[in-house]
Design a protein around this ligand. Structure first.
Ligand code: ADP
Ligand code: MN
Ligand code: MN
Ligand code: MN
Ligand code: MN
Length: 360
């Protein structure tokens, strides 16, 4: 482990984590801030929470998170989903995903969940499922990919993807810790793999129904940052962390509706392709920042400007998995989103493009 990176002492912490809480419960409120990051603070509750509605609304200083001006800084936190806390195991402690709201009763400018939830609710009859493939890169304390030679580069890409063995994979301990912590929290984490660039990894969340995907994915990111703290590592979701001949990081978004999953679903998938083709620019605008750096047409990416789709084609905007084409039903994979994309915005605009906007 890098020198000077771990400033805390986790074996001492163990002793205190085991102390009984005398009936009290700790709720860690988590929210998305004004720069696509996460923030959290915790609160003591007097008893176990069995329904999200029992959790009190709370507030924070939005001028300190880029979410409100200093002269009107209160931003309100409205709990929307809760998960068992893998960091404070026992005593019914929870992680709580929250929406952010203004004193004027309107969603905060960075509350992208609200609009997404409205459009998904309106089109609930289509029973949308989403499965996202979250790629990310682990950095050391100084911000260089973990395990890479100081001031240098590892051998070219090739042996690292789904690799095994020293020198081929880095920080499997962080990946394993995150996997188990997500599972404990009840996040629908469906797998993980080492990526093409060394120190880059992927995990998948889903399939989840509608807005749940955004809640679970954001919470899985919180858990990842939080786990990495304990190893003195940093997590970056930058879509092109290292320029040059090193793969970027994406957030492949797998999508299906009830109709697409049923017999003859392929015609609904094809209809979806036409709709997506007509709104390329609108989608790219909310598919993450710095995505131009990643979407060069190389390294298994497509063109930033032009929509394309194809069966089993990893160089197109959307890929229809070969098994789905063979069965004539299933789902499609939108390969355009960058790893730092907001899952609320991504899944929200997909539903909007496929089924129409909703006033509200
Ligand atoms: P890839 O071959 O692109 O690496 P992965 O196995 O990493 O694919 O991820 C596939 C994702 O697709 C998983 O997150 C899974 O939950 C999701 N998925 C599978 N079936 C469906 C479906 N019918 N609708 C939406 N998502 C699905
Ligand atoms: Mn204070
Ligand atoms: Mn994958
Ligand atoms: Mn991948
Ligand atoms: Mn994929």
């Amino acid at each position: 482990m890098a020198e000077s990176s771990i400033l805390s002492n986790t074996s001492n912490l163990e002793k205190y984590l085991k102390l009984p809480q005398k009936g009290k419960v700790i709720a860690e409120y988590v929210w998305v801030d004004g720069s696509n990051g996460l923030r959290s603070k915790c609160k003591t509750l007097n008893k176990k929470v069995t329904d999200i509605k029992e959790l009190p609304e709370w507030n924070f200083d939005g001028s300190s998170t880029g979410q409100a001006p200093g002269n009107n800084s209160d931003v309100y936190l409205r709990p929307v989903a809760m998960y068992p806390d893998p960091f404070r195991v026992g005593d019914d402690n929870i992680l709580v995903m929250c929406e952010t709201w203004g004193a004027d009763g309107k969603p905060n400018a960075y509350n992208f969940r609200h609009d997404a939830a409205v459009v998904m609710e309106a089109h609930g009859a289509h029973e949308l499922w989403f499965g996202l493939e979250q790629e990310y890169t682990i950095l050391d304390f100084n911000g260089w990919p973990y395990g890479w030679p100081k001031n240098g580069f590892p051998a070219p890409q090739g042996p690292y993807y789904c690799g095994v063995g020293t020198g081929k994979v880095f920080c499997r301990d962080i990946v394993e810790s995150h996997y188990k912590a997500c599972m404990f929290a009840g996040i629908n984490i469906s797998g993980t793999n080492a990526e093409v660039m060394p120190a880059q990894w992927e995990y998948q969340v889903g399939p989840c129904t509608g807005i749940d995907l955004g809640d679970e994915l954001w919470m899985s990111r919180f858990i990842l940052h939080r786990v990495a703290e304990e190893y003195g590592a940093k997590i970056t979701f930058a879509p092109k962390p290292i320029p040059g001949d090193w793969n970027g990081a994406g957030l492949h978004t797998n999508v299906s509706s009830k109709e697409m999953r049923e017999e003859g679903g392929m015609k609904h998938i094809e209809a979806a392709m036409e709709k997506l083709a007509s709104r390329q620019a609108e989608h790219m605008a909310v598919y993450g920042s710095d995505n131009q750096l990643r979407m060069t047409g190389k390294h298994e990416t497509s063109s930033y400007d032009k929509f394309t789709w194809g069966v089993a084609n990893r160089g197109s905007s959307v890929r229809i998995p070969r098994a789905c084409a063979a069965e004539g039903k299933g789902y499609f994979e939108d390969r355009r989103p960058a790893s730092n994309g907001d899952p609320y915005q991504i899944t929200g605009i997909i539903v909007e493009t496929l089924y129409g906007m909703v006033d509200g």
